[in-house]
Ligand binder design. Structure first.
Ligand code: KG4
Ligand code: ZN
Length: 327
């Protein structure tokens, strides 16, 4: 069995995954969303302190599995430095105490593997990762052959939802709140410009759209109907930006397997628009189960299983955290 730990942002999670079958034997996540909600975003030091409280509480529950644990897998990159340290320090202590190897996992690979929890992998695949920290397209051939072909030049898709919600005075995370608000709004009411629509680049950018929304929110001055229209128009344009760039990408590459992963892949409008986009290409769309879209330790454990089988271990001395991903 693999014991896995996730603490890259505001979710403290631990999982136990069976190596031979990929079965998830235990998974528990304590989310800090409510704690950060009043600040409209994640406060790193507060997050670190809450991990320090939550992780040992979850670990207590997995003690009965200790005798069967073959390795400990932990998110080591990317994420908030102060919160990654909490998980990695715990993982190192477990590795020493149980005399087992340690596996440093890239959180982005974790999101890719959220597709394969309790399943076999199905590569090659093109994966769109949309989370709070990342918006990028990756061509994945295997665990260790991952090529990023497009990424955001500034904010991420999920982060832009968080910021729009904050502008309107709502809590965190903004994605689900804006999605709800958008359902009752008119998507075509505000004619926001699609980011980079004239650029040949296959890349993403959300800072310009965010600023346009900021002006609209100021102008709406708390009017509920206008907020709904802004939310709907923003969601529409934020999504159109993704689909327009993907269409460009599909002109040269026609993937048979396409996936959307990450916290924001829970967005229903995004899912429906990508489904439409894929139809002419007859590509198969893969999605994670809703409960595994956002950060969790089950996906880290699933990567851990494949890294264990490939004998990719870290040494206790060299395993370090890195806030930036090399993928
Ligand atoms: O993957 P995740 O849990 O954390 C990171 O690795 O960043 O993603 C969290 C992000 C937040 O920005 C949140 O607002 C966004 O995912 N999100 C959504 C939705 N649900 C969560 N964004 C848009 N629509 C949603 N339904
Ligand atoms: Zn994540």
């Amino acid at each position: 069995m693999i014991l896995s730990i996730e603490s890259s942002c505001d979710d403290s999670a631990i999982a136990i995954t069976e190596i031979a079958t990929n079965r998830l034997l235990f998974h528990k996540k304590i989310s800090q969303e409510l704690d950060h909600s009043v600040y409209g975003g994640v406060v790193p030091e507060l997050a670190a302190r809450l991990h320090a409280e939550a992780l040992p509480r979850i670990l207590e529950q997995v003690k009965p599995y200790f005798k069967d644990i073959k390795a400990v897998a932990v998110t080591a990159t990317p994420g908030l430095a102060v919160t990654l340290v909490e998980g990695v320090t715990m993982a190192k202590a477990i590795a020493v105490a149980l005399q087992i190897p340690i596996i440093g996992v890239n959180h982005l690979v974790g999101h890719i593997y959220s597709l394969f929890i309790e399943k076999e992998t199905s590569f090659p695949m093109t994966v769109l990762l949309v989370s709070g920290g990342h918006t990028q397209v990756m061509e994945v051939k295997s665990l260790s052959e991952i090529k990023t072909v497009a990424k955001s030049m500034d904010d991420s898709f999920g982060e832009s939802f968080d910021k729009v919600a904050k502008m309107m005075g709502f809590g965190y995370p903004g994605g689900p709140l804006i999605q709800e608000l958008a359902k009752e709004g008119d998507r075509l009411k505000y004619n926001f410009t699609v980011p980079l629509h004239q650029s040949p680049l296959i890349a993403f950018s959300y800072s310009g759209l965010k600023n346009a929304v900021r002006l609209a929110v100021l102008d709406a001055n708390g009017d509920e109907t206008r907020y709904k229209d802004i939310a709907a128009s923003f969601e529409h344009i934020a999504t159109k930006h993704l689909t327009m760039k993907l269409k460009k990408y599909f002109k040269s590459v026609k993937p048979q397997n396409f996936a959307i992963v990450g916290g924001a892949s829970a967005n229903l409008y995004l899912r429906s628009q990508i489904e439409e986009l894929l139809k002419p290409y007859k590509a198969k769309l893969y999605l994670s189960e809703l409960k595994y879209c956002s950060d969790n330790a089950a996906m880290i454990g699933r990567v851990g299983v494949d890294m264990y089988k490939a004998k990719i271990f870290s040494s206790l001395e060299s395993l370090d955290i890195s806030p930036k991903s090399n993928i």
